[in-house]
Design a binder for this molecule. Structure first.
Ligand SMILES: Nc1ncnc2c1ncn2[C@@H]1O[C@H](COP(=O)(O)OP(=O)(O)OP(=O)(O)O)[C@@H](O)[C@H]1O
Ligand SMILES: [Mg+2]
Length: 250
């Protein structure tokens, strides 16, 4: 099994019963290989968040199949689904979603605490990711005492602490200024290259997308174009390519 993610003929129709129907995704197919960093681009309303929410199991497909590490999500419910999600996936949102009443340490530890990992192991794991994300000095602070960039690094540490096989990000740099965005993207690229974590990141920003190995463009609920970064191609060169493609798309 060489893919961490396979999405097969995924269709998502919003609107139940007599409500107005809206087809957000229609027979969408994509795969992410193990160790790959893939970005998803597309106009507002093209279905990017819908796609990520279905992959992350926050939402349920109307039809089609999603395999994570070769395992189907269909039929997984309740605790089995929660366990599967907790083990395999890390999620970085645009709005950080940190819990204000918990310290940075406790926020990062949360996925492990929920899995009842022993506190000694939790301490080691939190230290490891805090070092990776350069937030070791912030562990006793509360979210309200942090800058936006520090909050996002805390949220990234939480997404990574249980060593998920796949990280999903929905506009993870969306609420950051350009310096903090670059810091986060470089960290994600490092995690991808050094720890082998696979990443699927939604972004409308060409600069952010240029950190990925491959970019999928979504339109009308389907993948309609793909850009692949050449071996040894710099992010800068890839960025120019992305800009040209985005210009054609619009
Ligand atoms: N719960 C819902 N009920 C009905 N329609 C919805 C719902 N959620 C999303 N949609 C519609 O589905 C389409 C895709 O929405 P989605 O949030 O996936 O877009 P997006 O690509 O993430 O956009 P953006 O770049 O603005 O975040 C939109 O037209 C949206 O209005
Ligand atoms: Mg969205």
């Amino acid at each position: 099994m060489n893919n961490i993610l396979d999405v097969k003929n995924l269709t998502k129709v919003y609107g139940k019963g007599s409500e107005q129907k809206f087809v957000a995704l229609e027979n969408l197919n994509l795969s992410v290989a193990k160790g790959e960093f893939v970005a998803i681009m597309g106009a507002s309303g093209s279905g990017k968040s819908t796609l990520l929410n279905n992959i992350s199991t926050l939402d349920v497909p109307s039809s089609g199949e999603i395999l994570i590490d070769g395992e189907t999500l269909i039929g997984l419910k309740g605790k089995a689904l929660a366990d599967f999600r907790a083990r395999k996936i890390g999620f970085i949102f645009q709005e950080f979603n940190l819990l204000d009443s918990l310290t940075v340490y406790e926020n990062i530890a949360l996925p492990l605490s929920l899995q009842r990992v022993r506190s000694k192991e939790i301490r080691l794991a939190v230290k490891r990711v805090a070092k990776l994300l350069n937030i070791e000095d912030l562990l006793q602070k509360y979210p309200e005492q942090l800058s936006g960039g520090q909050k996002q690094r805390t949220a990234s540490a939480r997404a990574l602490v249980h060593e998920p096989a796949l990280i999903l990000g929905d506009e993870p740099t969306g609420a950051l200024d350009s310096k903090n965005a670059v810091d986060l993207l470089e960290t994600m690229q490092t995690m991808n290259q050094q720890q082998g974590v696979s990443i699927l990141m939604v972004t409308h920003d060409a600069m952010s997308a240029s950190y990925a190995d491959r970019i999928l463009f979504i339109k009308d609920g389907q993948v309609h174009q793909e850009l692949i970064k050449a071996q040894n191609e710099t992010n800068q060169a890839f960025y120019q390519e992305v800009l040209r493609t985005v210009a054609q798309e619009n």
